[in-house]
Design a protein around this ligand. Sequence first.
Ligand code: ADP
Ligand code: TZD
Length: 598
Amino acid sequence: MTTTTFGEALAASDASQGQGTLTDGFHLLVDALKLNGVETIYGLVGIPITDLARLAQASGIRYIGFRHEQSAGNAAAAAGFLTKKPGVCLTVSAPGFLNGLVALANATTNCFPMVQISGSSERHLVDLQRGEYEELDQLAAARPFVKAAYRVDRAEDIGRGVARAFRAAVSGRPGGVYLDVPGAVLGEAMDAAAGAASLWRLTDPAPRQLPAPEAVNRALSLLADAQRPLVVLGKGAAYAQADEEIRSFLESTGIPYLPMSMAKGLLPDDHPQSVAAARSLALSKADVVMLVGARLNWLLGHGEAPEWSPDAKFIQVDIEASELDSNQPITAPLVGDIGSVMAALTERARPGQVTAPAGWRDELEARKARNATSMQKRLADDPHPMRFYNALRAVREVLADRPDVYVVNEGANALDITRNVIDMRLPRHRLDSGTWGVMGIGQGYAVAAAVETGAPVVAIEGDSAFGFSGMELETICRYDLPVTVVVLNNGGVYRGDETNSASADPSPTRLDPTAHHERLIEAFGGDGYHATTPQEVADALGKAIASGRPALVDCVLDPSAGTESGHIARLNPKSAVPPLRQPRKRADPATRRARGPK
Ligand code: ADP
Ligand code: TZD
């Protein structure tokens, strides 16, 4: 028996394709992806998809191989958000599939278009539970977590399966789609001409959805009567790539707006109509609120008092009609794509019909000025060891000169404080933990931002958050990506100064306060920096971005910096009985040794 290398097989199959004889599932799948514009696949190989990845690469698709499928999936999800085309993640069966599924579910939760393609084991063995290698009914497992899930059972259906998956991922409300491809289907041969005829390219994958004219008029008259109107821009508005339509509606009416975290930069954060710095006043007093690609979920207090005025009336612009009324009555529903809806609002508004009353603008301005002063004070503080604000002041100063940098952000305090301190000036340049507040997106999102845009990326992460995808530093180095990871290292989950008086074990929130995370990237050829002062942070970050090389800046923070659960401590359930032991909030000997004298 002779064996054939993959390269020989590829050459032979290319030749045979040309002669119109046979093709197979591997080739049909790659051809279907290429036909539908896929340029990059994020994945991790093994049985039965290794040759699929090789073939994709040989056919001109960029293949980015990760160390864990969750990061590959997160990269695909971020690619979907950034490009408005489904990001593609490729995994092996059962465990690889499940690792990727977390990211696919997260993409669905965040309304990012993504397709996870997983190889699966022999159906006749899996379905009778005969104990196959990596046996799992993946289609059934995926269904509860995704927007849609399909399986291709015949090579001749590969084109249909890809079309269906891509259409589902990107049309209407975007989301994650699972496509199951059994190994046997990849290997299945069929006539090459019939195979080519079985593939198609989607026409208009995400058609515009125009709002009804009466819905537009209803929203305009509600806004016209408002005394204290407010627009909330969510990540759906960023995703929609309707930047001009949104800007011209806001600027022609003068209505104050609040950007949700991933909508920061849609208009530059220093825009005079941004009321991010007067958020609580804006929410609590607005009488007419227009939500644009933002859900009234926990991130917006479900629209409830006292965070919101109990009399507030809502207008909601969303592509998903069933989202409306999920929390509060929506007085003026505007169902459609954001570009079409915002353009219709601007077009149909009579000159001067919708304005922002001066009293309301002045009230917000005064609060913004007051809050800006206290922010300046916090940033000016210079404690040593560093705390979040003075470390982030240094990051802010460096990034002020680099609006082109993509910012990835995860952690608790590291997330909340970075969101407030780091201004964004360009749309879709900030990616973060999102709707689930999930940890682990850091390196995957950073890889995708670098790969999809070619621009420099700075990932600002808590030390706990960083750990979830830390091994992807090797991926960043292997592909030589311009990514700088900034670890805000306070030696713990939330903070690093809690001791356990019951045993020698560290407390549940403790991590190693002496960790030098920069050494991790050095192991893979990247540049490591250890920073203990804001000046060192600024120098290291400036150098790292300028180099365009993979880098990590470990910022040593005081372990007592940070609060438990950051801004959402109220979500921790309260015990009805007094705790057995109060955790002590002071540095233990290891921490004190590590930090030196104060
Ligand atoms: P945030 O967390 O920033 O508040 P959400 O993720 O809660 O934002 O909300 C995003 C919303 O945007 C979703 O309800 C989604 O259906 C909607 N959406 C996504 N893309 C579009 C689009 N092109 N047009 C209209 N709505 C969209
Ligand atoms: N696991 C997952 C997947 N997501 C989560 N959100 C958590 C666990 C719980 N969690 C948070 O909500 S924030 C956080 C965890 C573990 C880490 C906070 O520590 P950090 O950041 O070092 O990343 P700060 O700046 O020290 O708060």
